[in-house]
Design a protein around this ligand. Sequence first.
Ligand code: AMP
Length: 546
Amino acid sequence: MLGLMQNRPLLISEILNYVERLHPEREIVSRDPDGIIHRTNYGEIAGRARRLASALKGLGLQPGDRFATLAWNTYRHFEIYYGVTGSGLVLHTVNPRLFPEQLQYIMNHAEDAYVGFDPVFTPLVESLAPHLPGVKGWIALCDREHMPKAQVANLICYEELLAAAAPDFVWPSFDENTACTLCYTSGTTGNPKGVLYSHRSTLLHGLAANAADALAFSARDSILMVVPLFHANAWSLPFSGAMAGAKLVLPGPKLDPESLWMLMETEGITKALGIPTIWLNFIAWVEANKTKEEIARLKLKLVGSGGAAVPRATIEKFRDLFGVYVLQAWGMTETSPLATTGAPLAKHEGVAQSELIEMQIKQGRQVFGIEVGLFGKDGERLPHDGASVGELKVRGNWVISGYFKGVGGQVMDAEGWFGTGDVAAIDPDGYVRLTDRLKDVIKSGGEWISSIEIENIALSHPDVFEAAVIAIPHPVWQERPLLIVHPRPGRTPTKESILDFLSTRIAKWWMPDDVVFVESLPHTATGKLLKTELRKTFGGQLAVAG
Ligand code: AMP
């Protein structure tokens, strides 16, 4: 017997209808690439999104066509999220930090029809245009006064396009499984692969992101969206934040600590979300530049961190200096991305801070709607006992079922599991502890050494700013760990002091065979340590046998 409840499609336009009616005056604040603070609200954004939808229809775009963006976190980029998806088109957010060859590949592969770009990306756009024959027009995200002199065919002014468009676009209704956004994974090897989200997956993911033990946004929150709109739908913040009617603060391209501090202070930020490197730099700057009293005046309550492991020291510093909880989240472009979050359980109430930190440095528990599982080398299920280590697999309504255009073939097994390529243990409470990427794990004498765990411990050394551990070939043990350290400014740690520090904290056979010091570590376009690059530079480092 079927239930007798209404069945309405889960569409992104419903979020816009909601905020327009219930939170029209709630602010969207953004710092434009030229540094100017711009204030608007959900009511105005909804109107402009409607105009954009009319304009795109006028340009001849048909449902399913791809509209790409090369843009920072600004209000225009935010309204494009809604104007494009609400009208049944697909928004392809492109990471401008990728290499030009990768950009050409993904934009051709996606068959982008129009591209909206921040004027600061004009040189990039000019270099890409000759290689993108399918692009019919380039829309500069600015008004007439700021139009760049870009040498591209069919250059359009965004504000003029909107001004000339009909304001009364009616959001169409369609199948909730229709595609809405497209993001390419920044694979470190091979070509990037497209992850195509649906309206249904996006709304379910947004609702889950707002659960109390996830990001728990409310109408009282002021959210600093440090995570870029071009990275995995900015972790759903444009959707989950709006579903809550929260104020959204978009920092544009300036993610340096001082600029972020300024927004935290002036915009009453309660929740800030970004990757660990951002927080690492932020804390170092705050420690050097701000007093306890100034820090105490912030309204910050929660820092969300994901995309890479959060160092213990970052969690401790936010607790001690700010009185703020760091909520670690784990996910991937392929999982929309939110899959697990590190919220405490009732049993953590009143436990010692050190015990709480042990929980916080893990990647968290699955949110409702996602299932995580652990699998051994032969595909056998491993117990969630906190000790067994294997590949982490996930399934759920916002997990990928296949890459765009079938690239990479079958990605789900018969039971619907998607292999993440991450290596982890899961404890009996369900907290996932990531130990590595399958390709980064150090295979020493038939055992696995976790690069992430050694990095995390090295980061607790007072002279270490950032650390990376890679595998280097070894004649006897097959692979051994090499620790690469970027020291804190003004500090000159020695190899011996680092190894002494590690020796009391990790097993003897996990001890790095060598430590090298560098002035900076390379990162990927999404802020992860670029270990392929490190392996190229230091792969032959080890000379010791034995
Ligand atoms: P991306 O698709 O670019 O978002 O990258 C996803 C990958 O980032 C995951 O498979 C993990 O390897 C890594 N990652 C994401 N969140 C975390 C986290 N909290 N701790 C450690 N690694 C993470």
